[in-house]
Design a protein around this ligand. Structure first.
Ligand code: HSE
Length: 338
């Protein structure tokens, strides 16, 4: 049995972590919800009990004898407190981007590179990848093994939950305003997204880099290859859409071998935590309303390129808060415990 802390317990991912830890039956001796001073005293529910949030400090990990510390409170919080948690003897499972590309920190998607977890001993930290990367590599891994992927073109359709609770609230506010015909006023009040998100799509997530790609897009490029131990060329366009909490991705893979739709369906269906939903005759394909609140990556619209027999197209969808964050973190913890 383990003492488990959640830093950022009152955020969208923190709240989901509480549910997933319970559903996945992690062996919990004690659960300690942590947050910044302004959230101290707030309450969270875990296994039918109400727990009071404590202040996140460097000392709390030693005082509470924490074995596993989940962090989902932003990069600057992880930078400050994750090393203290590791020093106090906890394994840190960090959901921010702060440590992801550190060569001494494993970046893990348990379905894809579980063998990397042992590297946690170097720093005490295991990094949880970016949500759009997690769902993409889960669908790429079996196809890479089968066909040898050389290049990936991907366009994402990312839900507002990727921007946290405030992003979700901003969409709700604007949708309410749309239905009340008061859009102008509410759009002026936006805080999270660069533009109105209701009734719109925004081809811009996180900061622009010098090369014209965004930080979100470069995460997909770099994290994919770290997780897959590969040298795949990745060309992403990341787009925010007015969907609540499931990300979708339209993907094209360029392979070494000739592809086959039947074989792609087969290897995907046999891969852990993937569900193939691909029946055009019945209008069946992955959509956010299917994936939301589940722990699967749904893959469909699988088709061979019209011109090149080594090119395959498909579409995937997964719940950003679960598969893209909380569930992956808990799956890492389960593997670490094994
Ligand atoms: N960076 C992602 C997004 C969240 O903004 O959708 C992934 O954790």
């Amino acid at each position: 049995m383990y003492n488990i802390a959640i830093a950022g317990a009152t955020g969208a991912v923190g709240e989901e972590l509480l549910r997933v830890i319970e559903e996945f039956d992690l062996p919990v001796k004690k659960l300690v919800p942590l947050a910044s001073a302004r959230s101290v005293g707030k309450e969270v529910e875990f296994k039918g009990e109400t727990l009071k949030v404590k202040e996140l400090t460097c000392e709390v990990f030693e005082e509470e004898e924490i074995d596993i510390a989940f962090f989902s409170a932003g990069g600057s919080v992880s930078a400050k407190f994750a090393p203290c948690a590791a020093k106090a003897g906890a394994v840190v499972i960090d959901n921010t981007s702060y440590f992801r590309m550190n060569p001494d920190v494993p970046l893990v998607v348990p379905e894809v590179n579980p063998e990397d977890i042992v590297l946690w001993k170097k720093t005490g930290i295991i990094a949880n990848p970016n949500c759009s990367t997690i769902q993409m590599v889960i669908s790429l891994a079996p196809l890479h093994k089968e066909f040898g992927i050389k290049r990936v073109d991907v366009a994402t359709y990312q839900a507002v939950s990727g921007a946290g609770k405030k992003g979700m609230e901003e969409l709700f506010e604007q949708m309410r305003a749309v239905f009340n015909f008061k859009l102008d006023k509410k759009v002026e009040e936006r805080e999270v997204f660069q533009h109105q998100i209701a009734l719109n799509v925004i081809p811009h997530i996180d900061k622009f880099m010098d090369n014209g790609f965004t930080k979100e897009e470069m995460k997909m490029v770099n994290e994919t290859n770290k997780i897959m131990h590969s040298n795949i060329q990745v060309a992403p366009t990341c787009v925010r859409v007015p969907v609540l909490r499931s990300h979708s991705e339209a993907i094209t893979i360029y392979c070494e071998k000739e592809v086959s739709v039947e074989r792609a369906r087969e290897v995907l269906a046999n891969f852990e935590d993937v569900k193939v939903v691909d029946n055009p005759e019945k209008n069946e394909y992955p959509m956010p309303i299917i994936a939301t609140d589940t722990d699967y990556v749904y893959v469909g619209r699988i088709r061979k390129d019209l011109y090149d027999p080594k090119v395959l197209h498909f579409f995937n969808v997964a719940d950003q808060i679960r598969v893209g964050a909380a569930t992956n973190a808990v799956r890492i913890a389960k593997k670490w415990i094994e």
